[in-house]
Write a new protein. Structure first.
Length: 243
């Protein structure tokens, strides 16, 4: 089984939404195979299905001054920030396909999210940053130690339609953490966010390039979901290659 990989660089959020819509439709029609989009967005705020507008702390004037748009979308979760230095992943997968340990006709939504978390946990570990899940709080969190509380290093919010996934995760690599002051991240007021750059031990690991970090994510997605990862050069190559 293949997982097609597309590195898209920095694209506007609205363009990413439209691309996901098209790929989900093609996947539902079995015209393409499973695909993982890796990209970066300019600064933007997104509100999931369960979001409260009150969790946007910045005023509309401040957001307009900084050129930060707000999108209300159909993924799960609350408010999230995307911006430079953050690797965003959109897996377009058919959960009715073959997956290790799958019970029933399709992989369940909770199982799917746990596997996305697992791929990110393994990726952080490659760079010496140990992370964990926290019961009741979707995403990937640093380990607590002494008086240091866990911090969120990756957010996850997904949508599943007729067995096909969209949206996905946002992993803070070199993101400017000050930008998260615009919101209550994921609606969780009693926890803070962090990044790989903030957590990595420079005496033991060098900071990876964006390309190296993306390759690590793709590699671990392939391992967790038991897919052979095939890097494609363009969306056109994906569509022309079919399923």
């Amino acid at each position: 089984m293949l997982l097609h990989l597309l590195h898209l660089g920095r694209i506007e959020y609205a363009a990413g939404l439209e691309l996901q819509r098209k790929l989900v439709e093609l996947r539902q029609q079995q015209k393409i195979g499973d695909v993982l989009l890796l990209l970066e967005h300019p600064p933007v705020l997104t509100l999931g299905r369960n979001a409260s507008r009150a969790n946007i702390l910045a005023s509309d004037d401040e957001l307009a001054r900084r050129g930060i748009a707000v999108h209300e979308i159909n993924r799960g979760g609350d408010v999230t920030y995307h911006g430079p230095g953050q690797i965003v992943g959109y897996p377009i997968l058919d959960l009715r396909g073959e997956f290790p340990g799958k019970c029933g006709p399709h992989l369940g939504a909770v199982e799917y999210v746990r596997w996305v978390e697992e791929a990110l946990i393994r990726t952080c570990a490659e760079f010496g940053v140990l992370t964990q899940r926290i019961c009741g709080r979707t995403g990937v969190w640093t380990l607590a130690g002494g008086s240091i509380a866990p911090k969120k290093i990756a957010a996850i919010g997904v949508h599943i339609s007729r067995g096909i996934t969209s949206h996905g995760f946002a992993w803070n690599v070199t993101a400017d953490l000050r930008d998260f002051s615009l919101i209550v991240p994921c609606g969780i007021a009693d926890a803070s966010v962090t990044s790989l750059e903030e957590e990595i031990d420079p005496t033991r690991h060098s900071m990876p390039s964006t390309e190296a970090a993306e390759h690590a994510i793709a590699r671990n997605f392939g391992r967790v979901f038991e897919r052979q990862v095939l890097w494609l050069e363009s969306v056109e190559e994906l569509v022309e290659g079919g399923a």
